[in-house]
Design a binder for this molecule. Structure first.
Ligand code: SF4
Ligand code: SF4
Length: 355
């Protein structure tokens, strides 16, 4: 029987046909082919817009990092359940106290690993990465010089360290992708970051959509640094022009991870999305297969808040489960301030738009 909603891959004409076929199959059978292990909230940078980074004393207050033994057990079960693409991230993943043990074990299991890092510690781990090269490394690039890094990430010589890491990975012929979050402090540096990517012949993605944190980040700092207005307006314009939002759709159904991907937080909770603070499915207690079943059930059951169902700007609303969580505190409620902002942008621009 055909499933009620379409997999996101059908909207991606550019996707490799092999991957598309695997995606369709995984979606139909709800196989967790793609996962993220967020090893730690530790980081040696202190980026203003970070939603996950915690200081040592805050970690102990909020939970307990999984040990190498626990991550390795989860990885074994994930592999058996069908996980093929695995992203290892943080915070800064190299800072998990048992990083090397975890990384070696998951590499030996044969996952297609993407390592997501700020690249400042690549030099230290060069031998390990030579021995176990990841399939790709996704690097957060926050500026094109040390001054911008100091303004965004509050570290000295940040760019020099990141650039050194990138050059080492290039020497090792490991594919690198650069991703930049644009905030007030680096907005004027965009062209130079693009030029850096160009001269290094690396793919580069820039993103201005910053979310408030429900996971311990400093929301005053995040609000002060984010550039919301223009990016929100652009997204509203895109939604209307491409007729993306279907009022019948459920919150998770728009997302590429729906029915085939998951995120495991540093303290062992399986979630649909890193920006959310629910569900709290403990992989440690339930084991991977049951945790995955519970996550799929959560995705099926999650509904838009009642206010959205009768809202007359819903086709233009930039909301998703994560946006509602970060802007309204939960995916089950709306906050007047958030809705008023959407309605204001809509009113300002609707004359030019097709509805
Ligand atoms: S480098 Fe990444 S994890 Fe570390 S503080 Fe910056 S955004 Fe957060
Ligand atoms: S504006 Fe508010 S009520 Fe309307 S769809 Fe968006 S979040 Fe829901």
């Amino acid at each position: 029987m055909a499933y009620e909603y379409e997999p996101a891959c059908r909207r991606m004409e550019w996707l490799d046909p092999f991957y598309k076929a695997v995606w369709e199959e995984a979606f139909a059978k709800a196989i967790p082919i793609s996962g993220t292990f967020e090893l730690t909230p530790r980081c040696n940078f202190q980026c203003r817009m970070c939603y996950v980074h915690l200081k040592e004393e805050e970690i102990a207050k909020q939970g307990k990092e999984l040990t190498a033994k626990e991550w390795i057990q989860i990885a074994k079960e994930a592999k058996e359940a069908g996980t093929t693409w695995l992203c290892i991230t943080g915070g800064e993943p190299f800072l998990h106290p048992e990083f090397e043990e975890i990384y070696k074990a998951v590499s030996r299991m044969g996952f297609f690993i993407t390592l997501q890092t700020n690249a400042s510690m690549i030099e230290q781990y060069r031998t390990l990465l030579e021995e176990y090269p990841p399939r790709s490394v996704k690097i957060t690039l926050y500026g094109s010089n040390n001054e911008i890094y100091e303004a965004v990430c509050k570290v000295k010589n940040g760019f020099s360290r990141v650039d050194r890491g990138i050059q080492i990975l290039k020497e090792m012929k490991i594919p690198v992708q650069l991703v930049s979050t644009i905030v007030r402090q680096n907005a004027d540096d965009i062209k130079r970051m693009a030029f850096y990517a160009y001269v290094n012949q690396l793919p580069w993605l820039a993103n201005g959509g910053i979310r408030l944190s429900v996971r311990g980040g400093d929301n005053k700092e995040i609000s002060d640094s984010r550039i919301v207005l223009e990016t929100d307006k652009e997204r509203i314009r895109y939604l209307l022009e491409h007729d993306v939002v279907s009022p019948e759709g459920k919150p998770c159904t728009y997302c590429k991870d729906y029915r085939l991907g998951y995120w495991i937080t540093w303290d062992g909770k399986m979630r649909f999305c890193s920006f959310m603070n629910e569900p709290n499915i403990s992989v440690r207690e339930k084991g991977f297969p049951h945790a995955w079943q519970s996550l799929v059930q959560y995705e099926e059951q999650l509904e838009w808040p009642e206010e959205c169902k009768s809202c007359n700007v819903q086709k233009a609303c930039v909301k998703c489960a994560a946006t509602l969580t970060s802007e309204c505190g939960s995916p089950h409620h709306v906050r007047e301030e958030f809705c008023n902002r959407i309605k204001q942008y809509y009113d300002e621009e609707k004359g030019e738009w097709r509805l």
